[in-house]
Structures are given as C-alpha cells and as structure tokens.
Write a protein that binds this ligand. Structure first.
Ligand SMILES: Cc1cc2nc3c(=O)[nH]c(=O)nc-3n(C[C@H](O)[C@H](O)[C@H](O)COP(=O)(O)OP(=O)(O)OC[C@H]3O[C@@H](n4cnc5c(N)ncnc54)[C@H](O)[C@@H]3O)c2cc1C
Length: 275
C-alpha cells in the first residue's frame, strides 16, 4: 500500500494575536483554532493522488489537545487516520523542535512512508521551514511549493514555480513535498465525511515519551532559538509634495527614493538619472 503522511497544523482564527511580552510567545489561547489554510491544499493533493493511484493517508499534527479538531476535519475531508503529538514538554517548540518531533512520530507510526506532504507555510508563524527540516530529519529528498505531482512506479514528478519560471523535478520515494496554494483547491466536507470523522475515527495520541523524548533529551533536540524581544515596528508615513521644474522634481524624487531604499537594504544603490 502506498503510504502518504500529511502534516497539518492548527492555527489561530485571526491574523494578529497578542504577544506575551515576558516569554516572547504568542497568546494562542486568545483565539479559536482552525486548520492552517495551506495544509488543506496538502490534504487535497493527497486525496487526488489516492484517487489516481490508491493510497492510505495519515494526517499528523503536533499541538495542544484542541489540535485533534484539525485531525477530525482532515478525516472528514477523506484522510484514513490521524496522529496527534501532544505533550506539555513540547510546548513552545521552535521549527527545529517541531520537525524533530514530527520526524520521530513518522518513523514510529508510519515507518514505511512513501510520500510526506506539508503545506507551504502557516498563517501564524509563516517560516516555511518545517517541511524542509522534516525532510532533513528523515534524510529524504524534498521539493517545495509544488503545483502538480505525477507518480510513475517508484518515481514522482513534481512541477513547481520558482521565481519566474516553472521547473519539473524527478524524485524517488520516500520523499517530501510542500504544496503550493495555487492548485489543489480543497474540497468541501461531505455529510458522510463528517459522520466518519466522529464515529470511530482512528486517531492515535503520542506523547514525548512515546517518541523517546525525555526532558533531558530536549536540551539536545529541543528548540535551538530563543525569542529575546518582541515588538511592533512603528512606521510613519509622510506625504511629500515635490514642486518645481520637471527635471529638478524628478531628480529630487530619485534622490529621496535612493535614500529610503538604501536605508531599508542597508547599502547605497545607484539609480540612473537620465532626465
Ligand atoms: C524563533 C522562534 C521561536 C518560537 N517560539 C515559539 C514558542 O515559544 N511557542 C510557540 O507556540 N511557538 C513558537 N514558535 C512558533 C513555532 O516554531 C511554530 O509554530 C512551529 O514550529 C511551526 O512553524 P511554522 O508555523 O512557521 O510552520 P511552517 O514551516 O510555515 O509550516 C509549513 C508546514 O509544516 C507543517 N507543520 C508546521 N507546524 C506543524 C505542526 N505543529 N504539526 C504538524 N505539521 C506542522 C504543516 O504542513 C505546515 O503547512 C517559534 C518560532 C520561531 C521561529
């Protein structure tokens, strides 16, 4: 059986959350949770691949107990089973620790995985690091921002948009792909799916100990980053009216433009003045 794992994350249902200034963490409890939008595209890609080639789909999330809701939603969309990684020891994990725990869970629960799908990024932290880091953890090849996936035997073709051109990569299984938001539009949940997600849904819960992660281990495989300070950047807008002869006004405009861009990028730029 072809085994697909889809990693999904529960995110707050708002665009801006208050910060805890002392700990530098988000006050996630201040808003209800929902499935990260990009993760729905990854589930849709898995469902379409299963329709074409046959597969078993396991959805996996690491989060607080409430994250089970996104597993049920994924099962309602059509996933076969869910895995919830939940432990207070793992709270506050950065992207490295998140990928490490996901990697351990994949190795333990689905050792014969063929394809791991992730969303491209999340709506709350948006680092886009977890997918590639998980591939590194599992020592498998990865491709990011896939628009289309084709499978032929033990090989997969992944089309992705890179800057201004498209490229197609060929990869052997097992492999990891992060799915772009442009394609694989998520399907609606059916009533049958909804009832399947509640009646006897196969959801397994794992804690840090199940993954062989003790509190002492977390020094080695836990978060590598510390939030030292959190602040809201203050920006001020100013309307400037440039008057005078066209050539003089255009030159002044270019001067101002150069100065403000140089301040942002940290080096001087040379704009051509051919007026
Ligand atoms: C320096 C730093 C410090 C942080 N400190 C804290 C903290 O103290 N407390 C805290 O709550 N958060 C903290 N975070 C946020 C936390 O690291 C992220 O929520 C988490 O690691 C996922 O990263 P991301 O949201 O950027 O995911 P991305 O890399 O943008 O996500 C891409 C994809 O990876 C998968 N994925 C991501 N997260 C999960 C998950 N949990 N389960 C399953 N799949 C997943 C999904 O498929 C998702 O679509 C910190 C982040 C950084 C960078």
């Amino acid at each position: 059986m072809f085994n697909i794992v889809v990693c999904i994350k529960q995110v707050p249902m708002v665009t801006e959350l208050p910060w805890d200034e002392k700990t530098g963490t988000l006050k996630r409890e201040a808003a209800a949770g929902m499935m990260n939008p990009a993760c729905k595209h990854a589930i849709e890609a898995a469902l379409q691949l299963r329709e074409l080639y046959g597969a078993s789909i396991t959805v996996m999330t690491m989060g607080p107990p409430s994250a089970e809701e996104v597993l049920r939603e994924a099962i309602a969309m059509g996933a076969n089973r869910g895995v919830l990684i939940c432990d207070r020891l793992l709270a506050g994990s950065d992207t490295y620790a998140t990928s490490f725990a996901l990697g351990r869970a994949v190795k333990k629960e689905i050792p014969d995985h063929d394809l791991i799908l992730c969303g491209a990024y999340t709506s709350d932290s948006e680092t886009a690091q977890v997918g590639p880091q998980l591939a590194e953890e599992l020592n498998i090849p990865a491709a990011a921002y896939a628009e289309h996936i084709d499978i032929s035997g033990r090989t997969m073709r992944v089309r992705r948009l890179v800057d201004n051109f498209r490229e197609t990569l060929e990869m052997d299984f097992p492999a990891l792909v992060t799915v772009s938001m442009e394609r694989y539009k998520p399907r609606y949940v059916s009533f049958a799916g909804l009832s399947r997600s509640f009646d006897g849904a196969d959801i397994r819960e794992l804690n840090a100990q199940d993954l062989g992660m003790m509190s002492a281990d977390l020094d080695a495989c836990g978060s590598r980053t510390r939030v030292r300070r959190v602040f809201i950047r203050k920006t001020a807008k100013e309307n400037v009216r440039i008057t005078g002869a066209a050539a003089v006004a255009a030159a002044e405009f270019l001067d101002r433009y150069q100065r403000s861009i140089s301040a942002v990028i940290g080096r001087a730029i040379e704009a051509k003045k051919q007026i």
